[in-house]
Design a protein around this ligand. Structure first.
Ligand SMILES: [Zn+2]
Ligand SMILES: [Zn+2]
Length: 268
């Protein structure tokens, strides 16, 4: 089965289980490679409830090193899911500089208004006009993030749909998406097919088939991720993710080692 490149660890304070249990699930499901991509620590105590502390980065590295030693038959990548937050990225990149990451997933979980994917404040989505504002602002932030050229993979590209709220003007959002995908195609940022949306109210993979087709036309390569926050999530619904990739016309996917991309054919 295709590698799962989006696995969290208990260090982020909202995932459960030991790293070795995630690897055991991967082995049981026939995966030959996985990547831990836990939430990036932020300096200055920002958002500490949902992420490791800056001083825990060395603990994270040790957790990944330990499972690498414990499971020599599984290729295990060391990665991060980094939030794009304007004004803070200098600090964030300074903090992680020199870490031997295989890849960085860039994600947006906050607009300036609120952490829109947080289930504790899902109610706010019902506010008049909010869905339009969040979708449009979200796409502007993703464009900034992808244009920075600092990331290997775009995380859960259409995540504002998580609770089932869509923009009233889809064409404006689609236009922004298409601009982002053009930049990604040109600067070699891949797009992840993330199956966690199937476990959320929207019950859809991120991104949709329509967006994935646009991505392929823009020359954007793909990776696969379960966004596992529990051991049983690893490799979850990858048969459906694979079918979606094929339906969008993809024939191959990409893997990363120390930032270097290699292309592999999708399994038959
Ligand atoms: Zn998380
Ligand atoms: Zn995420």
């Amino acid at each position: 089965m295709i590698p799962d490149y989006h696995i969290h660890s208990r260090l982020c304070r909202h995932a459960v289980g030991e790293a070795r249990e995630y690897v055991e699930t991967a082995l049981a499901r026939g995966l030959g490679e996985i990547g831990f991509a836990d939430h990036c620590p932020y300096p200055a105590g920002f958002d500490p409830r949902y992420r490791m502390l800056p001083e825990e980065l060395s603990v994270y590295r040790r957790i990944v090193d330990d499972v690498r030693c414990g499971f020599p038959r599984m290729r295990i990548r060391y990665a991060l899911e980094v939030d794009w937050v304007p004004g803070r990225m200098g600090d964030v990149f300074a903090k992680i500089a020199g870490e031997p990451f295989d890849y960085l997933i860039g994600s947006v979980h906050h607009t300036d208004e609120f952490p829109f994917d947080n289930p504790e404040i899902e109610d706010r989505w019902r506010e008049e006009g909010l869905a339009d504002r969040v979708w449009l602002r979200y796409m502007d932030l993703v464009l900034e993030m992808v244009s920075s050229g600092r990331f290997n993979i775009i995380g859960h590209f259409d995540i504002p749909k998580k609770f089932g709220y869509f923009p009233s003007d889809k064409s404006a959002v689609r236009e922004k998406m298409s601009g982002i995908l053009d930049v990604a195609g040109k600067n070699g940022t891949a797009l992840e097919i993330n199956t966690s949306g199937l476990r959320k109210p929207v019950k859809e993979i991120y991104p949709s088939l329509e967006i994935l087709r646009m991505a392929r036309e823009s020359g954007v390569s793909i990776t696969f991720g379960s966004d596992a926050h529990a051991p049983g999530d690893v490799g979850m619904d990858f048969d459906r993710a694979l079918a979606l990739a094929r339906a969008a016309g993809y024939r191959d996917y990409v893997l990363f080692e120390r930032g270097r991309a290699s292309i592999y054919p999708l399994p038959a």
